[in-house]
Write a protein that binds this ligand. Structure first.
Ligand code: COI
Length: 362
């Protein structure tokens, strides 16, 4: 990955070192942002142009910009990890680039070439390398590439002016409970996606509509929602920000098939690592009834959520209307924690990377 195609104009007002250090000591998630951002613009005539990395600053948008009215927007999430020797690495950024292109096609946004995605992310991480937290714990620099329709026009058609941007935010674990385990609310009020909809795309609209479900989950004392399918309200799909998988006593790692769920990069990585843990990876529908019966009779031994932000997070309980399912003994499962450690060890350079997933940027 070269950074030359996104030339750097360094900010003249970086955050002072002591303030940045204070943030890195306790970054939380998504609260603080680095000194720079990468951007590019697109029009049908010029194609992608005006690529660069410059100071992080607010956008100026016309109030009629299409994104503000019709939500023509997509985004990605990936992280930069500092290894013990100080080097900084990305994890499978090509997979994010390809998903970004798929999301763009679904939202009728222009596809950003894969090399632009990779170069922009690498250039931003290099510019803000001082913001990548030390790698001893689970901190990282969370990268948020996104694309918005900026054209000032109220007609409903694909916009003719588009902006791409990458911002970066130092991040600790997504859930304050870390690897301790979370409870999910199985919503029958709200669904996330239907065949033919935008369920597979990573677009802001999917997350906007998840907020009511998230509040419903919290009102029932749960950490997040778990969606079921829209037709039968029976089949597990994914949670608000994560894919889901169950482990069975027969040694299977089962996760719902693609179609209406997000094609998670961490989900795909866990499927590839399953065999190292003596597990057979299976993609097939799982019903709420199977989940309840399996957790009751011990044929489902562990359940966990999978995502870039959440890594692998044990799920210890499910609640829903007339549903109360405890997974195992309601503590984080052994194999879940082993898988979690395996993924993190690869990301932080503490384990072998036989799949060639890491890309060095600093
Ligand atoms: C990610 O894991 O990168 C996500 O997209 C979750 C995010 C919405 C917080």
């Amino acid at each position: 990955m070269t950074a030359d195609s996104f030339p750097l104009e360094r900010t003249s007002r970086p955050l002072p070192d002591d303030e940045r250090s204070a943030i890195l000591a306790d970054p939380g998630f998504g609260k603080h942002f680095t000194d720079h951002m990468a951007t590019a613009q697109w029009t049908p005539d010029a194609g992608w142009h005006a690529r660069g990395v410059g100071p992080l600053e607010p956008f100026t948008l016309h109030p009629s910009a299409a994104v503000l009215h019709y939500a023509q927007e997509i985004f990605e999430g990936l992280k930069a990890y500092r290894h013990a020797d100080g080097s900084v690495w990305l994890f499978r950024p090509e997979a994010n680039a390809r998903r970004f292109a798929r999301s763009a096609r679904r939202l009728t946004l222009p596809e950003l070439p894969e090399e632009d995605f990779l170069d922009s992310v690498a250039a931003l991480v290099r510019a803000d390398a001082a913001w990548v937290p030390a790698g001893g714990g689970e901190q990282s620099l969370y990268l948020r590439p996104f694309m918005i329709a900026t054209e000032a026009f109220l007609g409903v058609r694909p916009a003719h002016e588009v902006r791409y941007c990458v911002i970066a935010s130092p991040a600790a674990t997504y859930f304050s409970s870390g690897a301790g385990g979370v409870t999910l609310w199985i919503s029958t009020t709200y669904t996330r996606a239907a065949p033919g909809g935008t369920g597979e795309a990573k677009c802001g609209g999917n997350y906007a509509t998840s907020l009511a479900a998230q509040l419903e989950a919290q009102a029932h004392g749960c950490d997040q929602v778990l969606y079921v399918d829209s037709a039968e309200h029976r089949w597990l799909e994914e949670s608000g920000t994560m894919n889901i998988a169950v482990l069975t006593s027969a040694g299977e790692l089962v996760t719902p098939p693609l179609g209406t769920i997000l094609e998670g990069v961490t989900r795909d990585s866990v499927l590839a690592l399953a065999a190292d843990h003596g597990l057979t990876a299976v993609q097939r529908p799982i019903s709420v009834d199977e989940l309840a019966a399996g957790c009751a009779d011990g044929t489902i031994t562990e359940v966990f959520a999978i995502g870039t932000a959440a890594v692998i997070t044990p799920i210890t309980r499910f609640l829903g209307e007339g549903v109360d399912i405890t997974v195992g003994d309601a503590t984080a499962g052994k194999t879940t924690l082993a898988l979690r450690k395996h993924v993190l060890d690869i990301q932080y350079g503490r384990a072998a990377d036989p799949h060639g997933w890491l890309r060095r940027v600093v």
